[in-house]
Design a protein around this ligand. Structure first.
Ligand SMILES: CC(C)(COP(=O)(O)OP(=O)(O)OC[C@H]1O[C@@H](n2cnc3c(N)ncnc32)[C@H](O)[C@@H]1OP(=O)(O)O)[C@@H](O)C(=O)NCCC(=O)NCCS
Length: 155
């Protein structure tokens, strides 16, 4: 497994993010499973880049290939989104990426935060990744198809 580095996403990453967002497994594991149009993606992505509390990190391997992204941002609450490029799944990158993104978020915004993740019950690789990164399962009857996980840096 390659040691990863990360950089903050820029407007030049719009097409890369759209490609990752429309990946079949990414859509299957999302709330809204429909494909995303380039127009909607453009509006969403340009807005996200400007949000002060949003962290959008692109992860790069030692061969300088972009292998995935982690986004931590505010919807109804602070939440994390992660995807690994299809070519690079099954290599253990997700845990490395998630840990680095959490460290970066805490460095920027402090430890007094709670970060959530909603994960489809059948998404085993994601569940394993979040549990290894220190996320704890929360009861949440509002989402029968999902498990709700919480990460609190202070605990
Ligand atoms: C979920 C995702 C980020 C995981 O990334 P990844 O780098 O491929 O994950 P890994 O290969 O490190 O797998 C994570 C763990 O799950 C395990 N795993 C994967 N599939 C499994 C299965 N069917 N049964 C049991 N364990 C499984 C792996 O062995 C690994 O465990 P280990 O660290 O103990 O070896 C990636 O598959 C992805 O981008 N999926 C589409 C988007 C998505 O679902 N995002 C998450 C939304 S919450």
């Amino acid at each position: 497994m390659s040691q990863l580095s990360h950089r903050t996403a820029t407007a030049a990453d719009e097409a890369l993010y759209l490609q990752w967002a429309n990946d079949a497994d990414v859509r299957k594991n999302s709330f809204n499973e429909a494909q995303i149009s380039p127009q909607n993606h453009h509006l969403w992505f340009s807005k996200k880049l400007k949000e002060e509390e949003a962290l959008l990190l692109v992860f790069v391997n030692e061969e300088k290939e972009a292998v995935g992204q982690v986004r931590i941002d505010k919807g109804d609450y602070l939440q994390v989104d992660i995807s690994v490029d299809q070519q690079h799944r099954g290599k253990g990158y997700a845990l490395q990426m998630l840990q680095m993104a959490l460290t970066e978020y805490v460095q920027r915004f402090g430890k007094n935060i709670r970060i959530f993740s909603l994960i489809k019950r059948e998404n085993i690789s994601s569940i394993k990744t979040f549990e290894k990164a220190g996320f704890k399962l929360q009861e949440d009857s509002a989402h029968p198809l999902y498990l709700k996980y919480i990460f609190t840096p202070l605990n």
